[in-house]
Design a protein around this ligand. Structure first.
Ligand SMILES: NC(=O)c1ccc[n+]([C@@H]2O[C@H](COP(=O)([O-])OP(=O)(O)OC[C@H]3O[C@@H](n4cnc5c(N)ncnc54)[C@H](OP(=O)(O)O)[C@@H]3O)[C@@H](O)[C@H]2O)c1
Length: 447
């Protein structure tokens, strides 16, 4: 379906209009991690099952030491690490000093089973050992909204055949993602058993850490970005395993935070305009929701494809959306778009509800309404002599490569509303439901 996407773009692409830089008009776009917006308390962090397990192991260790009337020896890894590297005569047997720290620690761990001691060491040492099999992640153990998200330790995934393990640097999120059936099950229609606990946030940027069998590229150490299939765990975690075939090289000219804002949202825009609307230069596009996470890319891509772009947005975002390439921007709260646009070739609906229902009337016969929100009423489409299309964005390596090229050529620009640390993922999802935003909410996972 998208095989000709590159050709389509290269045939039709026009230079994007200049966008004002450094004006401060774009909230958060230049924010670095550390200047987090939103809550900075730790209210979204609950003790995880695994950290409780470690504490229980330590308590057990201390209790058995007291019972045996001998000094406790493995209360915390930090002193143990120091002891393991201490000079001769400072508390360790000579044979101990020849052992790797990890082995000494295991031996010292109060007679615990090697497995329990190993887990204690891995968890308390921040996971530096080669046997480390856990990572920090945000997960939901029960179907629900942001309130279900817990920052905790989770098993680190292993790349299967044809897959790579990516060390996530940044991830991004989408409104309503937690209501999608495929977020919670193994099938795209939501049938079948729940796959909880799940990790959300399906677009990311990171570095390849390991490869499964049969993977020739990307190579380990390569910076990549991508959209993770929704029936798999997402990227609100230190690592994610995913098929190599859905990855592309990260745009070189932007950092991981900005690259992570692209895959799902820019692919949605690309697939709406190129694959489903078959947009042609000179056509008129109306973008409902032009300042949002997807809308910013629809406006830029449509203008870049040579279309005339109208958009709706909040009053505070009118100039911002014009700066992305829209000819006219209509204040959706105070104006009726029907009074300003007509004979539109393509409506891209990112709002749904009454906005979608009212959009039929501005399309010209033969036009198309493409929506990412809810399936449109086909009877209404037929009544207006137009097409109504709903789709769910899909991973697309070729389109991602084209998108990276557009970014690197200065033709497409990600816009970040805010950047949050992984521990604040929950507040990011809350902001998607409640806060006024412009552009994408990004999770900065690692430097
Ligand atoms: N099917 C798929 O594969 C797919 C993929 C991506 C996204 N989506 C869905 O597409 C929708 C848009 O995603 P997004 O990330 O762009 O969301 P978003 O960031 O929340 O953007 C929505 C934009 O619409 C604006 N808006 C709200 N009410 C409006 C109205 N009556 N008229 C015009 N604009 C209005 C909002 O402005 P304010 O800030 O003023 O509220 C906001 O700028 C969401 O429902 C999302 O779940 C689906």
């Amino acid at each position: 379906m998208r095989s000709g996407a590159d050709l389509v773009w290269s045939r039709r692409v026009q230079p994007l209009p200049a966008v004002a830089h450094g004006s401060g008009a774009y909230r958060g776009e230049d924010r670095e991690p550390g200047s987090w917006v939103g809550k900075t308390d730790n209210s979204s962090i609950r003790p995880s099952a695994s950290s409780l397990h470690v504490d229980r192991v330590i308590r057990t260790c201390l209790a058995s030491a007291v019972a045996a009337r001998r000094p406790p020896r493995a209360a915390a890894p930090e002193p143990l690490i120091q002891r393991a590297s201490a000079p001769k005569g400072q508390g360790l047997r000579k044979s101990d000093r020849r052992l790797p720290n990890r082995q000494i620690m295991r031996e010292l761990a109060c007679g615990l089973s090697p497995g329990a001691a190993g887990r204690l060491i891995d968890m308390r040492s921040g996971g530096s050992s080669s046997r480390m099999s856990t990572m920090h992640a945000v997960r939901a153990h029960t179907r629900g909204g942001p309130e279900q998200l817990v920052y905790e330790e989770a098993p680190r995934p292993e790349p299967g055949p044809g897959e790579v393990l990516v060390a996530v640097k940044s991830a991004s999120m989408t409104p309503t993602e937690l209501t999608w059936p495929q977020t919670w099950t193994y099938s795209s229609d939501g049938s079948g058993p729940e796959r909880t606990p799940v990790i959300p946030s399906h677009e990311f940027s990171g570095v390849v850490a390991a490869s499964g069998t049969g993977v020739e590229s990307p190579a380990e150490g390569e910076a990549v970005y991508g959209l993770i299939p929704f029936t798999r765990d997402g990227a609100a975690a230190e690592y994610v395993a995913l098929p190599a075939a859905v990855l592309a090289a990260k745009p070189a000219t932007v950092d991981h935070d900005h690259a992570a804002a692209l895959p799902l949202a820019a692919l949605s825009a690309w697939q709406a305009l190129v694959d489903h609307a078959d947009l042609q230069a000179g056509q008129h596009v109306l973008v409902q929701g032009g300042a949002g996470g997807v809308g910013i890319f629809v406006v830029q891509l449509a203008a870049g494809l040579g279309a005339r772009v109208s958009a709706t947005a909040a009053a505070a975002d009118l100039e911002f959306v014009k700066g992305l390439g829209a000819e006219q921007v209509i204040d959706y709260a105070h104006d009726r778009f029907e009074d300003h646009v007509r004979d539109v070739d393509v409506v891209v609906d990112l709002v749904g509800g009454a906005t979608q229902a009212r959009s039929w009337s501005v399309l010209k016969p033969g036009g198309v309404l493409v929506t990412l929100v809810t399936p449109p009423d086909q009877q209404e489409a037929a009544r207006h002599g137009v097409r109504g299309v709903y789709f769910i964005v899909e991973p697309d390596q070729n389109a991602l490569r084209s998108i990276a090229e557009l970014v690197d050529n200065g033709r497409l620009r990600p816009v970040l509303d805010r950047v949050l640390p992984l521990t604040e993922t929950r507040s990011g999802y809350e902001a998607l439901e409640t806060a006024k935003r412009r552009g994408k909410v990004v999770i900065h996972v690692a430097d």
